[in-house]
Design a protein around this ligand. Sequence first.
Ligand SMILES: NC(=O)c1ccc[n+]([C@@H]2O[C@H](COP(=O)([O-])OP(=O)(O)OC[C@H]3O[C@@H](n4cnc5c(N)ncnc54)[C@H](OP(=O)(O)O)[C@@H]3O)[C@@H](O)[C@H]2O)c1
Length: 288
Amino acid sequence: MSSTSLPGGTWTLGDLTVTRFGYGAMQLAGPGVMGPPADPDGALAVLREAVALGVTHIDTSDAYGPHVTNELIRAALHPYPQALHIVTKVGATRDPQGGWPPARQPAQLRRAVHENLTNLGLDVLDLVNLRLGDAQGPRPGSLAEAFGTLAELRQEGLIRHLGVSNATAEQVVEAQQIAPVGCVQNLYNLAYRQDDALIDALAEQGVAYVPFFPLGGFSPLQSAALSAVAARLDATPMSVALAWLLHRSPNILLIPGTSSAAHLRENVVGAGLALSDEDLAELDKIGR
Ligand SMILES: NC(=O)c1ccc[n+]([C@@H]2O[C@H](COP(=O)([O-])OP(=O)(O)OC[C@H]3O[C@@H](n4cnc5c(N)ncnc54)[C@H](OP(=O)(O)O)[C@@H]3O)[C@@H](O)[C@H]2O)c1
């Protein structure tokens, strides 16, 4: 059993135990998630601070940069502490305009898994999410060929666990018929709650749900009710949003992104904010 002083404690996913307070590395790449950061040393410092704070779950992708965040993670943290688990995703690439075209053909997925292994300096990837849909959100359609390819790579010993991202509830079920699904990573936060039913269903099955854009992503969460609760608690809206997610369901794992070590420390403290029943009831109305 591992223990943590981080808010939310830990979550166990098969043979991996991760802190529910994790870190999303996307913000470490340059503007538009393209190219290197303006302050590479600052980016390395954020990653080292996350580990120093006890974070054991870092979310990344070779699409960030592309390759930039994985290379930063390797430069900052390799050889990795045994407790640290790096979760990556495949299924999208980048075009010169900064778009995110899908790359879900079997050969593309195989190449992406090998590139992640090389760029992260690993022999086996702890968890790989298959990113579905597009920048506008999930899209219906079979994932069988793509997820089947990742299941083969898992059988070959290159991946320990699989997940899906930007997925519909139907695609989660289809994936589970092909191979075990350890987590679902979808857009969800206090103001955007399309996946409420999916989160509850996954909680019953013991499957982790990892909301991306927990703080609103590129457009920070704004709501009068959120600001009112934050003011009453003498806290920031970001703290309230993170604490609310930890309260929302035990299977929710946080991966807030930041390029600032100070924001990272604020978020750790903020996620531990105590919310009363009255606060929760008020916040619950925001995204409904
Ligand atoms: N599966 C997918 O398709 C997908 C899509 C998007 C993201 N993701 C993953 O999800 C992670 C989280 O998403 P995200 O990083 O895009 O969005 P986010 O966590 O919702 O928000 C990040 C933004 O909040 C700001 N921020 C963070 N803490 C702050 C604080 N204490 N005070 C003020 N501002 C603060 C950051 O700016 P600063 O840098 O200035 O702190 C950044 O602009 C990503 O890092 C990535 O790993 C996955």
